[in-house]
Design a protein around this ligand. Structure first.
Ligand code: GLA
Length: 651
């Protein structure tokens, strides 16, 4: 992107307002420093008013007005909400839920991603828009669809079932290979023809786990095909105009490693809860994911709320200063754009109570004043555009198959995959370290520390990849429930982990022994002696340290794991410097102590920051973000920096 300024603006829905308001909008945008808007996301019905009958007049006018006002446009392909006439003419495009319910028209995303009819109409609309606006001077980028999979991540219609069977045939070739992969000898699930296979609809009890996982994989691919069908049109008609679609942070249904290869720049929609004290850490993790998906390149925060959202049970506004602070956090962690949902708060519709940059009460408001102030501040940070974040020395393994498999039913204990990642991310974030996310088969040579928490599903190539880290002098940290299954979800027999990781770590796992939560208490109550001494939660297992040093043991009187190893480390062999392979069989409350030991072994000096303080470095600037309410004093590069509560210093 030939970009001069940090993008600032948001979704703009002029069709919700009389045209008299548009001139005021452009003036206010200029006042607020807005230089980019996302237009026409939900405009299909007002652009194609009946089958192949078009009304582009209003969009022409606002495109021109924005251009005259010096504001660029991230123009949507408008395909995220098919119009009523299309649904009535072709009801087969409506999505079907797992229980067979057809989801009606009247909200948005009322389409089945595998519908050939939907795709034909969507690509025709895309072509019309590309032909009409491809050389419009305001056009900066194409915004394909919107939040793919947000509402309809899986579709169970007959058309999707047929597409699923086609996907399976391409994947397995023969029905015997499918039987083998799905383990269908179990419960008489053997198939003799692909035609007999259906999506995992509502079943009497647990469905086949690999069928479920394959349906997840298929569903992500079906959405991707929808996206790519529009991309193909755009590439043909407007080569050179960058193309994107908005991701949604840690979104399980869609495998963003795969999708990130198909966008010209990565975008994220991020809505951490303003009322949750854990939000800054979670937001930092989402920012790190977006940077990682783009291979380190700048990304765009495509949507955030200027204040409250409308879709939680209770919707807290952002307290004064938080909008700025979280926006600067995105910039510090690699964003070249800070965009909001939405420009003008709606007066009607299901999102009328979602905040906007121009609130219901108008411009003499706290929200608009903060919006204006941030616009000015971002302008002053234009020098950062295109710059990179300080390279991360720590990598966290993230894998969609592991996420999906770990959270299936009929497992030893239900675990929250993102919580496993966040525990580790937070331990590094609290020390001012950037963390890169990596898929398990990624090149890991740039990292001194590689952590794999609950990397449940690992291919042999992934196991070898991870096992090689200590041998080249790195610290490999494997936490529980890693390497339990192969990509077909068959158990790695003989002590879990797979031979490669058992060897690298010098351990094997005999038996899982997760504590249960009974009346809010962990039973058995776990504690650790040794490194990271103190309580532990979430998980335990009977671990054998064959060639590894035991750094911590479980204390859990009467339980299987009492006195057994909980944290181990195997130093790498001679010639591998300080390399080591750590195994962590539980979630220690004192994870900071363990992180400190790992970082020390890696030669990374990163002391704990005061609570609520975040430090991130980008383009030669150091951002010190104080998410706490109290003033904090922080030592940055030898100098003391004092940052008031909920404020930031950029040095
Ligand atoms: C998503 C959508 C927007 C809007 C916001 C509300 O991010 O993309 O259209 O619905 O949520 O938070």
């Amino acid at each position: 992107m030939a970009q001069q300024q940090i993008w600032y603006g948001g979704d703009y829905n002029p069709e919700q307002w009389p045209q008299a308001v548009w001139a005021e909008d452009v003036q206010l945008m200029q006042r607020a420093g807005v230089n980019m808007v996302t237009l026409a996301v939900f405009s299909w019905g007002l652009l194609e008013v009946a089958d192949d009958q078009w009304d582009f007049g209003w969009l022409d006018r606002i495109m021109d007005q924005l251009h005259q006002g010096g504001i660029k446009v991230d123009l949507a392909t408008a395909t995220a909400a098919p119009p009523a006439w299309l649904v009535r003419a072709h009801p087969e495009i409506l999505p079907v839920a797992a229980d067979g319910t057809r989801l009606e028209f009247g909200s948005r995303q009322s389409y089945n991603p595998s519908s050939a009819t939907y795709r034909a109409y969507a690509t025709r609309l895309t072509r019309k828009l590309a032909e009409r606006y491809g050389s419009h001077p305001a056009l900066a980028a194409w915004h394909v669809g919107n939040e793919f999979g947000c509402h309809v991540a899986r579709d169970y219609s007959a058309e999707s079932a047929a597409a699923f069977r086609g996907w399976l045939e391409r994947r397995y070739g023969t029905v015997e290979a499918l039987n083998q992969a799905w383990g269908t000898a179990f419960w008489s699930q053997h198939y003799t023809a692909f035609d007999h296979v259906e999506p995992p609809r509502a079943t009497p009890t647990f469905p086949n786990p690999t069928q479920l996982l394959d349906f997840d994989r298929f569903s992500s691919d079906a959405l991707l095909e929808c996206y790519l069908a529009e991309v193909a049109v755009l590439r043909e008609v407007t080569p050179g105009v960058p193309i994107t679609t908005n991701f949604m942070g840690f979104f399980k249904p869609v495998d963003y490693w795969r999708w990130a290869q198909e966008v010209d720049f990565v975008c994220d929609d991020a809505y951490p809860d303003p009322a949750d004290p854990a939000s800054p850490g979670l937001a930092a993790m989402m920012r790190d994911l977006m940077r990682s998906l783009g291979g380190g390149k700048p990304w765009i925060l495509m949507e955030q709320a200027p204040s409250a959202v409308n879709w939680r049970e209770r919707n807290a506004p952002k307290p004064a200063g938080q909008y700025r602070l979280w926006s600067l956090q995105a910039v510090a962690r690699g964003a070249d754009g800070v965009m909001q949902f939405q420009w003008r708060q709606s007066a009607a519709g299901a999102e009328k109570f979602h905040s906007g940059m121009v609130p219901h009460a108008g411009t003499e408001t706290r929200v608009f004043r903060e919006v204006e102030a941030l616009g000015a501040e971002l302008k002053s940070l234009a020098g950062l555009v295109g710059s990179l974040c300080e390279p991360s020395r720590v990598a966290l393994v993230l894998d969609w198959d592991s996420w999906r498999a770990l959270e299936q039913a009929a497992v030893p204990a239900s675990l929250d995959y993102v919580a496993q990642l966040q525990r580790w991310h937070s331990a590094f974030w609290r020390r001012g370290l950037g963390v890169d996310f990596v898929p398990p088969e990624a090149d890991l040579s740039a990292y001194d520390v590689v952590v794999a928490p609950a990397a449940h599903v690992l291919s042999q190539a992934a196991r070898q990849n991870l096992a090689a880290v200590p041998g080249r002098g790195g610290q490999l940290v494997v936490a529980y429930q890693t390497g339990v299954l192969d990509p077909d979800l068959h158990v790695l027999l003989g002590g879990y982990l797979g031979a490669e990781l058992r060897e690298a770590l010098g351990v094997w796992v005999e038996e899982f022994a997760p504590p249960a939560l009974v009346a809010g208490q962990w039973v058995p109550e776990l504690a650790l002696d040794g490194l990271a001494a103190g309580p532990a939660t979430d998980w335990a297992e009977v671990l054998h340290a064959v060639e590894a040093e035991v750094l911590a043991t479980f204390r859990a009187p009467g339980a299987l794991v009492d006195g057994q190893p909980a944290v181990t480390r195997r130093p790498a062999g001679p010639g591998a410097g300080a390399g080591g392979a750590w195994y962590v069989a539980t979630a220690p409350a004192a994870l900071d102590a363990l992180a400190a030991a790992i970082l020390e072994a890696a030669g990374i000096a990163a002391p704990l920051l005061p609570a609520g303080v975040e430090v991130a470095r980008r383009g030669g600037r150091t951002f010190v973000l104080n998410h706490a309410l109290e003033e904090q004093r922080v030592a940055v590069d030898g100098a003391a920096v004092v940052v008031p509560g909920r404020d930031a210093a950029i040095i």
